[in-house]
Design a protein around this ligand. Structure first.
Ligand code: PAF
Length: 279
């Protein structure tokens, strides 16, 4: 498998494909790949002439240095996994390649959607995501980019950044992959003990509980009942918000056409997020 560590070598490999007007699918990741990532890559492989997967643990999106240090890094295992599903170009750059000295970046106004939920509890996180995704989009110049809906708010932020920077890229948001237990797949699950994996199920159970109440109660009422339901488990809740899926504004008396519930909670030392579109 081709692993490129510099933007120059990646661009040289992509140049003939771009000249031939081939489509380039891009799957940005921070590595520690799991089935959820592989589903994005498989989809990209079926929809694009060539696929680039970036593996880069982006320091600017971590507001907690311990979290950055503990983030699993396993490049060779990731490359082997990718090898097992098809032909992709892996971009595994250094920090200096992604953030060169002449990199001009000023924070992008994200119309407030970066301030709520994840943004409230992880100040600066989304500016870090926007910065790295902007730089990666500029390097790879894909025609299509694939993101998982587990990071629901991130997808909304990246949609806005694509629009604001006028990137001619089609964004494809892919459904969350779950283990049979219901636990959303995440690289962070690697840090959970067996008993924590069981404790973590309260997140998906709460999401489903909310779904059952939607027809008969208001978002405000549902939120109160859901907080109580969640508190019977062992996790420490950071937020549980029922929002309009487009504006990310909290819903109170009435449901919107596109209502989504988002949860962030600590399972031991591991912070987990999940969400469900309420139908
Ligand atoms: O979702 C992720 O893994 C990261 O936030 C991303 C999009 C690769 C940017 O570092």
């Amino acid at each position: 498998m081709n692993v490129f560590t510099t933007r120059k070598s990646l661009n040289e490999a992509l140049a003939p494909l771009k000249e031939a007007k081939k489509s380039v699918g891009f799957v940005p990741t921070m590595g520690a790949l799991h089935e959820g990532h592989l589903a994005l890559v498989k989809r990209a492989l079926t929809e694009s002439d060539c696929v680039v997967v970036s593996i880069f643990v982006n320091p600017t999106q971590f507001n907690n240095m311990q979290d950055l240090d503990k983030y699993p890094r396993m490049l060779q295992a990731d490359v082997d996994l990718l090898n097992s599903i098809g032909e992709v170009l892996v971009f595994a750059p250094t920090v200096e390649e992604v953030y060169p000295e002449n990199d001009a970046y000023s924070p992008l106004d994200l119309d407030g959607i970066d301030q709520v939920m994840e943004g409230e509890f992880r100040p600066g996180h989304f500016q870090g995501v926007v910065h790295v995704v902007r730089n990666l989009f500029q390097i790879v110049q894909p025609t299509h980019a694939y993101f998982g809906l587990k990071d629901f708010q991130q997808v909304a932020v990246i949609r806005l950044l694509t629009k604001k920077y006028n990137f001619p890229i089609q964004l494809i948001a892919c459904p969350t992959l779950r283990e049979t237990s219901g636990l959303a797949m995440s690289s962070r699950n690697l840090r959970l003990t067996e008993s924590e994996r069981k404790d973590a199920l309260i997140i998906f159970q709460t999401l489903k509980f909310i779904q059952t109440l939607k027809a008969s109660k208001s978002p405000k009422e549902v939120k109160e009942l859901a907080m109580e339901y969640f508190s019977a488990g062992k996790l420490r809740l950071e937020y549980l918000e029922i929002v309009d899926g487009s504006s990310l504004k909290a819903l109170d008396a009435a449901w919107s056409e596109y209502s989504v519930v988002c949860i962030a909670a600590y399972c031991g030392a591991v912070r987990l997020i999940d969400n469900l579109e309420l139908v």
